[in-house]
Ligand binder design. Structure first.
Ligand code: SF4
Length: 279
């Protein structure tokens, strides 16, 4: 559900969302993100046009919020996307998310938040581009997240984070915010895309979780842990070398014999395959 601030003149007359100049900008941003209008429910925080496009007052927000709250109840969207300062401010207050100062407010844009059963993705209002066309690349990047949120991360079926979550060892927020949310911001995902390996106990924000590491100590991946702890500095390059060798297309006899000896070594496969096949 996209929540804009208030209708413009044309929208107010016709009772339709985003049909004026901001609407044209929004359509272009959605097209770039690979999202169609039909996939989104659109509404406003304030239900009537504000005289001379002035900022909304608190009493106006209070009067109109009843309708917005009812819409949220009826539509029950999984993701709320407030556009601009006022809509974001209202939604943050409604869901008890702490608000940054006005000066730092733009830091919340493009970030995914989790509150109760809702994901909240504040975005800059498309009208921003009418006044600041130089921000076009930034807004294209921001709105791209809408396309990202429409699918789960492609690694989810085989990701260790999924196993940890299903075993009750990982908080739901990691899955909702990353695996079924903004997976493009996941450090594990980014490393994977760059062909970099990482330990199974690395969380989506890139931090290493000691509790998960201990779980692995008692689980199947103990040899991976053993190597990671002892040879941390060279662990990544060792693994890269191993994968390159094992899955290379070179079939010269020395490489073939190395591959054969690797494949015949159950312990080495145990050490490395867990990392490879989990991702
Ligand atoms: S943890 Fe990251 S890489 Fe793994 S499924 Fe979630 S988003 Fe994808």
């Amino acid at each position: 559900m996209l929540i804009a601030q208030a209708p413009g003149e044309k929208e107010d007359k016709e009772g339709r969302m985003f049909i004026g100049p901001s609407g044209k900008v929004l359509d272009k941003l959605l097209t770039k993100a690979g999202v169609s209008r039909e996939e989104i429910y659109m509404t406003n925080l304030i239900k009537c046009m504000l005289p001379k496009y002035r900022k909304p007052r608190q009493d106006e927000i209070k009067a109109c919020s009843y309708y917005l709250n009812e819409e949220i109840k009826l539509i029950n969207p999984e993701v709320l996307v407030p556009l601009g300062y006022y809509a974001t401010h209202y939604i943050f207050e409604k869901y008890g998310i702490s608000l940054p100062s006005k000066e730092e407010f733009s830091s919340v844009f493009d970030k995914l938040f989790l509150a109760k059963d809702k994901k909240i993705l504040p975005l800059p209002h498309p009208a921003t581009l009418l006044y600041n066309p130089e921000l076009k690349p930034d807004l294209i990047k921001s709105y791209r997240k809408l396309g990202v949120l429409l699918t789960d991360c492609k690694w989810y079926p085989v990701c260790p984070m999924r196993s940890f979550y299903e075993e009750g060892k990982l908080d739901r927020k990691w899955i909702e915010l990353y695996c079924k949310g903004d997976w493009e911001s996941c450090v594990r995902y980014q490393m994977e895309e760059e062909g970099k390996v990482h330990p199974d106990w690395m969380l989506p924000d890139g931090s290493l979780d000691d509790k998960l590491r201990k779980e692995i100590k008692h689980g199947d991946n103990h040899l991976q842990l053993f190597f990671y702890e002892r040879y941390q500095e060279s662990y990544h390059s060792l693994l890269q070398m191993f994968y390159t060798l094992l899955f290379s297309q070179y079939h010269s006899s020395p490489i073939r014999s190395i591959k054969t000896s690797i494949l015949s070594s159950a312990s080495l496969i145990d050490i490395f395959s867990v990392t490879y096949f989990h991702h």
